[in-house]
Design a protein around this ligand. Structure first.
Ligand code: NAD
Ligand code: 6OD
Length: 492
């Protein structure tokens, strides 16, 4: 498997001003399945980041700024073609960096990487602008309309859980709207972003339009970027506390910000639901990608009349999950992203037990008796019995775990679900149509699913309230964020 991973044993470079550039400092890229080193990564220093910002600024004023919308969109479709042409390499790289299953990388992560370019290349062609006929005292009137211009140089900072999907989710609309970008993937998952730089190069993206810098957050490429005076806007996906640090760094330049942050998402299961669908859907919403999706459900509220039956059914689902090698076609769940993250998740498990939780299943580390014992695996885990102020019920764990609490009335369920500092997503399971609308509309979140989870239409608004984010992306919301409308007022 490792022989087929692009750049295995080599060095992943930064991509600045149309060239792959190395660095005096490198760091190791580790495969979380067995703890082995995949390759080294060139860490961008402040000068490299500065060169990337300069290149991006120059590109705005060069060929890219002069390119027609049609030509820009055609180029973005060629980027999607380029990802698809090297599909197997992208899949192998994503699996090696994250340990996620072949099935997930093949059906979700990499296809969405290509789809993000296609949808925004198409949507931007129908981006509209406002137009008003304005009365004036002399009766002649005025015509007000707006033209959309790019924001300028945009920093795109991405997390490790869905590396290509989440990087391109912001990169594609930024480019479609005519901006130039500096992308910084997570230090944990540098590989598919590097392959993307190769694709950009191969399809002839004008020099400086797309730049890639590798590194960490504080004191490294992330901080150099967010504090750089030449960056006009920062679009970020990651932890809420990182969002707060970026907001402070970006304050001096009064930069535009779009944040998709953490979640502590609730699932409400009413006793009138389709029981099997609710169990299957909830298992998916808790354990997909090892629980490392910001939209995953970590708090479950189940109506008391079906509580014991539901807990038992979800336990059986959790225990049937195959944990293992990414390439094994039977694998449902891989390791967590790193040993450091596993330590954090396990500390939440220990805290829950110390707080008196009942362990329904899991709560520890699986033992394989092979090289996977060097990996960052944890067991799918379910707890019950804790009060709502317990740490594991309040804080985002970002692992394959949920806590289940019974409720009696609809009002109680709504209050419990909304009792959170976060507000990203909620899931409601019910067969009662009126209740579905009533409850979904009361959820204090950016997205509420009813009888499904993570069903996406990329044109819809996506984001969070409270600690879960600032602004909305998706469809026209993305294009609006990455555009600067200028109002033209013409006296008639
Ligand atoms: P993270 O915040 O640790 O890191 C995200 C990115 O920010 C990385 O590229 C990192 O290097 C960079 N970074 C870290 N500190 C920085 C700083 N001070 N300045 C500039 N850049 C900095 O997040 P993570 O651990 O990679 O991802 C997991 C988190 O992301 C979870 O909290 C999850 O909920 C959240 N997330 C949210 C969404 C969403 O759409 N709302 C999607 C995916 C992940
Ligand atoms: O599907 C998406 O567009 C998206 N932004 C998903 C976020 C997942 C969080 O981990």
């Amino acid at each position: 498997m490792y022989e087929s991973v692009p750049h295995a044993g080599g060095v992943l470079h930064n991509y600045v001003n149309g060239q792959f550039v190395s660095s005096d400092t490198t760091f190791a890229n580790i495969n979380p399945v067995d703890g082995s080193e995949i390759n080294q990564v060139a860490e961008a220093n402040a000068d490299t980041v500065d060169a990337a910002v300069t290149a991006a600024r120059q590109a705005l004023e060069g060929d890219w700024g002069k390119m027609t919308l049609e030509a820009r969109c055609a180029l973005l479709h060629r980027v999607a073609d380029g990802i698809e042409a090297r599909f197997d390499e992208f899949v192998a790289a994503e699996m090696a960096d994250t340990g996620k299953s072949f099935e997930q990388a093949r059906t979700i992560d990499i296809p969405r990487g290509a789809a993000n370019f296609r949808i925004f290349a198409d949507l931007v062609k129908s981006q509209s602008s406002e137009c008003f006929q304005t009365p004036t005292p002399d009766g002649r009137g005025a015509l007000n309309y707006a033209v959309n211009k790019p924001l300028g140089v945009v920093a795109v900072i991405a997390p490790w859980n869905l590396p290509l999907l989440l990087l391109t989710w912001k990169l594609a609309p930024a480019l479609a709207a005519g901006n130039t970008v500096i992308a910084k993937p997570s230090e944990e998952t540098p590989a598919t972003a590097t392959l993307l730089a190769e694709v950009m190069h191969e399809v002839g993206m004008p020099v400086g339009v797309f730049n890639l810098v590798h590194g960490f957050g504080p004191g490294s490429a992330g901080e150099f970027l967010t504090a750089h005076a030449g960056v006009d806007a920062v679009t970020f996906t990651g932890e809420s506390k990182t969002g707060s640090a970026i907001m402070k760094a970006a304050a001096d330049g009064v930069k535009g910000l779009s944040f998709e942050l953490g979640g502590k998402n609730a699932g409400i299961i009413f006793d009138d639901c389709d029981f099997d669908e609710a169990v299957n859907g909830t298992a998916r919403s808790v354990f997909t990608n090892g629980g490392q999706v910001c939209l995953c459900t970590e708090r479950l509220y189940v109506q008391r009349s079906i509580f014991d039956r539901f807990v038992e059914a979800l336990k059986q689902k959790a225990e049937a999950i195959n944990i293992g090698w990414p390439l094994d076609e039977n694998t449902d769940m891989g390791p967590l992203i790193s040993h450091k993250h596993r330590d954090k998740v396990l500390s939440y498990f220990d805290g829950a037990k110390a707080d008196g939780a009942k362990v329904i299943t899991g709560g520890g580390v699986p033992v394989f008796g092979d090289a996977r014992d060097g990996g960052a695996f944890v067991q799918p885990t379910i707890f019950t019995g804790l009060a709502e102020n317990a740490r594991i019920v309040r804080e985002e764990v970002f692992g394959p775990v949920c806590h289940i609490t019974p409720f009696d009335t609809e009002e109680e369920a709504v209050a419990l679900a909304n009792n959170s500092n976060y507000g990203l997503a909620a899931t409601v399971w019910t067969s009662n149509l009126q209740r579905a609308h009533r409850v979904a509309q009361q959820m204090e979140v950016g997205i509420a699913w009813v009888n499904t989870w993570y069903l996406r239409d990329l044109r819809t608004p996506f984001g969070g309230v409270k600690l879960s984010g600032v602004g909305r992306e998706g469809g026209v919301h993305s294009l609006n964020f990455y555009s600067e409308p200028t109002n033209i007022c013409i006296k008639l």
